[in-house]
Design a protein. Sequence first.
Length: 220
Amino acid sequence: MKNLEILYTQFFAVLSIVLACFFAPSVQAANINDLLITEIMANPDAVSDGNGEWFELFNPTNESIDLRGITLSDDTGNSTVLSADASLLVNPGSYFVLARNGDSSANGGFEADYVYNNFALRNSSDQIVFSNDSGELLRFDYGSGFVPKGGSMELMDSVMLLENYAQSTTAYGLGDLGTPGAAGAFIQPSAISNVPLPAAVWLMGSGLLGLVGFSRRRSS
Ligand SMILES: [Ca+2]
Ligand SMILES: [Ca+2]
């Protein structure tokens, strides 16, 4: 009877470990579509649009996301490939500012993380689209009435819906309103974990417990 109990425990311990290995979920790497477009300055007032337009990304995951080789475009002919010598990383929990002009003495007074060409943010309606060879990865559309003069629109939530953006109230540089590269005045999206606690951990744990129970019975 004791031998049967030991066999029974041993069987379930091994079964648990086999199941844990079999069903262990693959860890999904953070991707472009995890990024949030947290701020858009389409119509600066302190300087020209050609100098002062920018938009901001936030990486809410716990992994760096590489923008290198990604195409930034709209639906009306603006298109540019984001290039870099090595990588173009948006770090975990960090903001990243893409701008038309990286010279802080000419762009209204902010630091850009990346300067793009052949991409403008129209003051009426426009799109910000990130894509690669596989297709679109991230998209934001805005229509007429969205863009204020001399102020950015900041995301107040973790969902990129038009109604979740509001005009910034914080001045930067020459006096336009916005928080390029920093948290805004509103509730900011918080960093989230993109790696869920795998069920395998629980299964493995139960398997190890089974083995512990087995060895204890043996020693007793
Ligand atoms: Ca503009
Ligand atoms: Ca900001």
